[in-house]
Design a protein around this ligand. Structure first.
Ligand code: BYC
Length: 332
């Protein structure tokens, strides 16, 4: 549409868009938006959706082995929440004109990114605690500002997601607290999990600011509100007192507060490891993708059956379902 417009009409639309962003108003799916803004949102939201879906795997690994019925019920509910987050996010991306099938195909073909953090293994029960505390904790830090993202459907999806993430973070903290109050072996298991997840959780915020090609533009468009390094700093500040309360040690001997510059000093993050994971060479990349592909293939009959069922229903039944869905939306 943009290509066939006169330069004046295009400039007017761009000015309206710029004014909405400057006034901190929301851009909605019906509004005109620059192609690059649309592409950036599709990139970020689809990556985020894929992260939630792949992120079900490391914890899914422990559902059958949770130490009690209560722990199992909580873990199942958490993993289901993650599926739900993936669905809201795919739906938000769809409002930008990309089909769900296309995004799914990009993921299973190994052409889409998803968060680096989910390419690490979960060998012990304490990993469930460390994921909740550190991974969901980092997610909250990163995602609370996204509730104010300039694109309406993304910001609104994030509000609900953040509420659930904060519950997830507390359940992880509580798993670690229980282990830390247990036997020597349990305390060691908790500390070992924290040692393994701490650095990858810091990498979740993305590369350092001076190596982050997308940050400046995403911040100008008010999609991102804070830089990768600022959020990482905020996250460390959140962890330090919580680690103390838990009785675990954060595995960084250099970690200290620099009073003068009001920043946390840390050891250098191993960015080579991060790049290796992004290139598909992390400890679990191949496994995670294969597992997702297998699940997609195993689920083919469900998709076919749902499509055949929808096809078989009379036009009247179909329009009733549609009317019902519309009134549900209005009620919401
Ligand atoms: N992993 O210019 P930059 C969850 C890529 S799931 C992989 O800074 P941007 C949960 C980046 O995409 C939560 N790739 O990018 C689920 C870019 O590559 P492309 C997941 C990364 O977009 C289950 C390149 O590096 N959260 O909470 O400005 C259980 C340069 O980076 C990563 C989200 O998705 C990474 N860690 O900033 C438990 C949050 N970091 O696309 C919990 C939404 C960077 O140019 N996303 N890259 O090829 C964001 O906030 C931003 O996209 C990022 C990156 C901060 C991640």
């Amino acid at each position: 549409m943009t290509e066939t417009m006169t330069p004046d009409a295009q400039a007017e639309l761009q000015a309206e868009f710029d004014a909405l962003i400057a006034a901190d108003q929301r851009i909605e799916p019906r509004d005109w938006m620059p192609d690059a803004y649309r592409r950036t949102l599709i990139r970020q939201i689809s990556q985020h959706a894929h992260s939630e879906i792949i992120g079900m795997q490391p914890e899914g690994n422990w559902i059958t082995r949770a130490p009690s019925l209560k722990r199992k019920a909580i873990l199942m509910a958490k993993v289901q929440d993650e599926a739900g987050h993936g669905l809201y996010l795919y739906a938000a991306a769809q409002t930008l004109g990309i089909a769900r099938d296309v995004m799914t195909q990009q993921l299973i073909d190994g052409k889409a990114r998803y968060s680096s953090i989910f390419n690490y293994p979960t060998p012990t029960w304490a990993d469930m605690g460390a994921i909740g505390w550190l991974v969901d904790g980092a997610a909250i830090c990163n995602q609370v500002p996204l509730c104010r993202a300039s694109y309406g459907p993304y910001g609104r999806a994030m509000v609900r997601i953040c509420k659930e993430e904060s519950f997830h973070q507390r359940q992880g903290f509580e798993i670690l607290l229980t282990l830390m109050q247990g036997s020597e072996a349990q305390r060691e298991m908790a500390q070992d999990a924290v040692n393994r997840w701490y650095w990858p959780s810091l990498m979740m915020f993305g590369p350092p600011d001076d190596e982050s090609p997308n940050s400046a533009q995403s911040m100008a468009w008010k999609i991102k509100r804070f830089s990768n390094d600022d959020l990482r700093q905020r996250f460390i500040g959140m962890l330090v007192p919580q680690a103390e309360a838990l009785g675990v040690t954060l595995p960084d001997p250099e970690l200290r507060w620099d009073e003068e510059n009001e920043r946390w000093i840390t050891s250098e993050i191993d960015w080579t490891e991060f790049q290796e994971v992004l290139a598909g060479r992390g400890p679990m990349n191949a496994y995670r993708l294969q597992h997702r592909r297998d699940a997609h293939e195993d689920g083919a009959w469900v998709r076919e059956a749902a499509a055949a069922y929808a096809e078989k229903r009379s036009p009247r039944e179909r329009s009733e379902t549609k009317r019902g869905a519309e009134s549900d939306r209005e009620a919401a």
